[in-house]
Design a protein around this ligand. Sequence first.
Ligand code: NCD
Length: 325
Amino acid sequence: MSQLKHLLSSSDLSREAAIEILDVAEEMSGVNNRDIKKLPTLRGKTVVNLFFEDSTRTRISFELAEKRLSADVINFSAKGSSVSKGESLKDTAQTLEAMGADAVVIRHHASGAANVLAHSGWINGAIINAGDGTHEHPTQALLDAFTIRRRIHGGSIGGSKGKGLDGLKIAIVGDVLHSRVARSNLLLLNTLGAEVHLVAPPTLVPANSGDWQAKIHFDFDQVLNEVKPDAVMMLRVQAERMNASYFPSEREYSRVWGMNADRLAMLKPDALLMHPGPMNRGLEITAVAADSKNSTVLEQVANGVSVRMAVLYQLLSGERTTIDA
Ligand code: NCD
């Protein structure tokens, strides 16, 4: 596989590269099930988590992944740093470079921030995009693909290794317009051979959606009945990114676009019900659905650590060492 320098977008990944990350993640998940969940792979490397936007899952998941690979970890959040004194991304990046960061995991409210950092020349290390504005969140797409592959093909023991998601039907539902999770998933799912269906109110479909490799639907029930998806990904209603009124009321949204007990009953028995978190319970998903046997919400969180270990390993370990080391 050609060595990846950065992970900025799902489109950085060929099918072969994506499957290799998922396969390495299977091995990492074996490490995560051991008593001593630690590998020496990144000993002596410094990884900075640079978070300009709030995060629970993604930040903790990266930190755990880095620590399990024995990297030195620095957590930097804009609150409480010199960014709140007006320091620019450039000065922040140059400071991290001077301290010898081998990789920077960045989450930023501006779409394109990770690309700027990767191509600016301010910093030489690997850049991993942990979510930039409404643009992309590629490690989320990888952990979602890993979760689907595991449930359908049964993990490494069941024979997931080497497999894509060929022929699977995946519905992505809700606030597509503001969702970097939807964008990164759309790209990766297509790379892995899945058929993508977007389900959203017309106001929450991006204007250029005609160029997207997906079927667009405006009737959730019809998709459940006729497409019969293998996985349904619910998106968070991203109120913090909404500068206008995109739907009449929360009650109306949850009735028309939400996952509830009635729609849960319409799923194929073993279909996955996914959500990247944080969930707005009662809005895009009811508690009954979120806590059902179809729900993979906590599996996604657990798998996120293995997948991020795999990404860090691919970007930073250089010469392949054996995972059993
Ligand atoms: C997502 C994000 O921040 O983009 N969450 C996550 O990373 N687990 C989705 C969201 O906030 O809706």
